[in-house]
Ligand binder design. Structure first.
Ligand SMILES: [Zn+2]
Length: 443
């Protein structure tokens, strides 16, 4: 009896542990707040990184900043047997494109690709921004440290590269520094277009924009809350798809939303101390970010950022006014928090890059029936599949069932009308693809 109990306990412990992968915990540990602090400090010390600022100086302006970032990725690459392909990606934006482009300007992004061993053309992207601004968006000479907006996101991408370059992945991971954000999302637009032309299969963009402030203008201080913004459905959907949603659902189940749910779930599993908040919108009210151009191009993309913003420390001339110290300066950045959000990116990129692709086609049926039928296209490299479902009012996939290596399954006793459903592919070590919402109706 005793032996039986012991082995039962062992089995339970073993099964519980088999759900997680120790390497993901290691990745969280390996992200360094000190290195992030060093990089944010260096970026802030370029004086200004305004998109139209000086490009010739080696100490001030966006030219110096982007060359330093490129060198940073090259150093990291040296330490991993040249595992990163580092380059500039450039677009000319013409004077007058909008009111914030006062001169012709080369918008230059820095790209570092860690090539996947099995799916080299399948990409997961982590982006931060190189550029900064003060009160007047056209002021390209005043000091604009942009320590939080967005040296924090840029430093996070560099640090994620440092940590993940020690591992090998099946899919490619891209660490991306984008420019022209504050002038109208030009860097993201240019890069999304480039990726489209190159035929990249981008399965997710994690846009990091402001990941270092823990003290909100609302008085709330939290180093565990953070937000995941995602649009409900892609802007590229067809009229037919839009019509079909009225009858079969999917109003809040687009590809970016599934990516957001993936991050939320993975964080709850591996970083239970964090409080990820799903925000059901593309971005903040009336404001923008660099995931949007990727969404516009039909790619899944989300914004990861602090939960409590402080507007006196964004897009502000450095000054004291009415007793308030304005400006996006180093002193307001919490490096320990930036480390946590960098880890959020790193573990999700690693999980996706170790997972098989998602099923392309997922069919669903069960009209006027006491059960739900699901069927999906097989995925090479998957060892099995997982069916997810949730109440129609729930933001997250709350129920799941691993169904093994089959391509169809009937959930008995579950009425299709009362839940939403999806399917993911499961690979070695339990790494899973993003959940796919049904895209085919079975009669
Ligand atoms: Zn900004």
């Amino acid at each position: 009896m005793r032996i039986l109990l012991t082995s039962l306990v062992f089995l339970l412990v073993y099964c519980a542990e088999a759900q997680t992968d120790q390497r993901i915990y290691n990745i969280i540990e390996e992200v360094s707040a000190d290195r992030i602090e060093i990089d944010i400090t260096t970026l802030a010390n370029f004086g200004t990184r305004h998109t139209l600022s000086d490009t010739l100086s080696s100490t001030r302006g966006i030219g110096a900043a982007r060359r330093w970032i490129k060198k940073g990725f090259e150093e990291i690459s040296k330490n991993c047997n040249n595992c990163l392909e580092v380059s500039f990606q450039t677009d000319l934006v013409k004077k007058g494109e909008n009111q914030r482009i006062g001169n012709d300007v080369l918008v230059v992004n820095v790209v570092a690709v860690q090539r996947g061993s099995k799916y080299p053309n399948r990409y997961i992207i982590m982006s931060g921004d190189i550029d900064s601004r003060v009160s007047d968006p056209n002021d390209f000479t005043s000091d604009s440290p942009g320590a939080n907006d967005n040296a924090s996101g840029m430093a996070g991408a560099l640090e994620a590269a440092r940590v993940l370059s020690k591992y090998q992945f099946e899919s490619s991971i891209v660490y991306l520094g984008l420019s022209g954000e504050e002038q109208g999302l030009f860097g993201g637009q240019g890069f999304a277009k480039y990726a489209k032309e190159m035929g990249w299969d981008i399965i997710g963009v994690f846009n990091n924009d402001m990941i270092g402030n823990i003290s909100g203008v609302d008085g709330i201080i939290s180093n565990t809350d953070f937000r995941i913004f995602s649009e409900p459905v892609p802007p590229t959907e067809t009229e037919k798809e839009r019509n079909s949603r009225r009858f079969y659902g999917g109003e809040v189940d687009g590809i970016s939303r599934q990516l957001a749910r993936y991050v939320h779930r993975n964080v709850e599993t591996y970083m239970p101390e964090m409080n990820p908040i799903m925000i059901y919108r593309l971005d903040r009210f009336g404001r923008g970010g660099h995931h949007r151009p990727f969404n516009d191009a039909g790619y899944a993309g989300i914004r990861i950022m602090e939960a409590h913003e402080n507007y006196t420390q964004q897009h502000q001339d450095i000054r004291v006014e009415g007793g308030i110290a304005y400006g996006d300066v180093l002193e307001h950045v919490n490096f320990g928090y930036a480390k946590k959000l960098t880890a959020v990116n790193a573990i999700n990129m690693a999980s996706l890059a170790w997972a098989p692709p998602a099923p392309k086609e997922v069919g669903i049926g069960g009209v006027v029936a006491p059960s739900v039928r699901l069927q999906w296209s097989p995925v090479e490299g998957a060892i099995g599949y997982k069916i997810y479902w949730r109440d129609t009012t729930s933001p997250t996939w709350d129920h799941s069932r691993y169904v093994g290596d089959v391509t169809k399954f009937t959930l008995e006793g579950i009425v299709i009308d009362n839940f939403f459903f999806g399917v993911s592919a499961v690979g070695e070590n339990n790494f899973e693809s993003v959940v796919v919402f049904p895209n085919k109706i079975m009669r």
